[in-house]
Design a protein around this ligand. Structure first.
Ligand code: ATP
Length: 281
């Protein structure tokens, strides 16, 4: 194992998965550093859920290696792993429970100390903004279910939290709330989450990996991946009153040069488009 791999909480080498001769993951090498918020980006069918399921030990790989917190993944059965929590894209929580009851139930199933569980549940309810609701889960909105799902996943204080498309089915407010929760975990829990919503990933992630049709096209810190593609430039030519004001302030230039700025707003979108373009035609 190399020195670089040792600091990784998740790493894969040549991870490959085929279904009936069709390769859906093709020699993927993922590196998730401890402490990262890692955005695993890919379009529908890119292979994100397949990868996450292999990491969780829910399915086997066809070939290659995967290591999660120093334990091997990839072939079944896997050894149970403490300190990891997984939230599928549609979390199913018993509809007749309140949020508090769901947390306490999950806490007892996963071995959380009975004396500390109520306090832990209370602080998680606050973290996800559900401390005041008396509704049962059956009456929750999608966003509330997703936030409760994250709280349930955090009940056992995992070192690694894996979320499959946590914001994809939510409205803008629900998305913002879930992103805020993920942001609040920075420095405390390593988070690996899949998404095709690039603005969400750009907002909270320290690291990203771009998966396209089973192949990892780019990976690194957010800044590295953004820098791997030329950024679009926008030229602005001032005219009329704005130009007169700028001329009056500068005094030196009678003719104003065109001003060129680089937009950072959609830079991950730009890098993604640049990397994927031409590969999917
Ligand atoms: P989405 O965002 O739509 O969930 P994804 O990136 O998570 O997409 P996967 O669910 O990993 O993609 O699927 C990758 C490919 O593997 C898809 O083409 C899918 O049809 C195929 N696939 C997944 N599971 C199976 C299975 N059990 N049998 C056959 N093919 C499968």
């Amino acid at each position: 194992m190399s020195g670089a791999t040792k600091q990784m909480i998740v790493s894969t080498n040549g991870l490959t998965k085929s279904y009936g001769g069709r390769t859906v993951l093709d020699s993927v090498d993922i590196r998730v550093p401890e402490g990262a918020i890692y955005g695993f980006i890919g379009a529908n069918g890119a292979g994100k859920t397949t990868t996450l399921k292999i990491l969780m030990g829910l399915i086997s790989a066809t070939s290659g290696e995967a290591t999660v917190m120093g334990m091997e993944r990839g072939s079944l059965p896997v050894k149970p792993l403490d300190g990891i929590a997984y939230l599928p894209d549609v979390p199913e929580i018993n509809s007749w429970l309140t949020a508090r009851e769901a947390l306490l139930l999950f806490g007892s199933i996963s071995g959380v100390d009975r004396n500390t569980a109520p306090d832990r549940a209370e602080s998680l309810l606050k973290l996800v903004g559900l401390e005041n609701t008396q509704l049962k889960v059956g009456g929750f909105s999608r966003g509330m279910k997703q936030r409760l799902g994250i709280a349930v996943a955090l009940m056992g204080s995992p070192r690694l939290l894996i979320l499959d498309e946590p914001t994809s089915a939510l409205d803008p407010i629900g998305r913002a709330q879930v992103l805020e929760i993920i942001e609040s975990l920075r420095g405390k829990t390593t988070v690996l989450f899949s998404s095709h919503l690039l603005a969400d990933v750009q907002q909270v992630c320290s690291h990203v990996g771009i998966l396209n049709r089973g192949q990892l096209l780019s990976q690194g810190t957010l800044e590295e991946v953004i820098a791997s593609a030329p950024q679009p430039e926008t030229s602005i030519r001032l005219s009329g009153q704005q130009a007169s004001i700028v001329r009056a302030r500068n005094l030196l230039e009678r003719e104003l040069p065109e001003i060129t700025i680089q937009s950072q707003a959609n830079s991950l979108q730009n890098a993604y488009t640049h990397l994927v373009k031409g590969r999917n035609s």
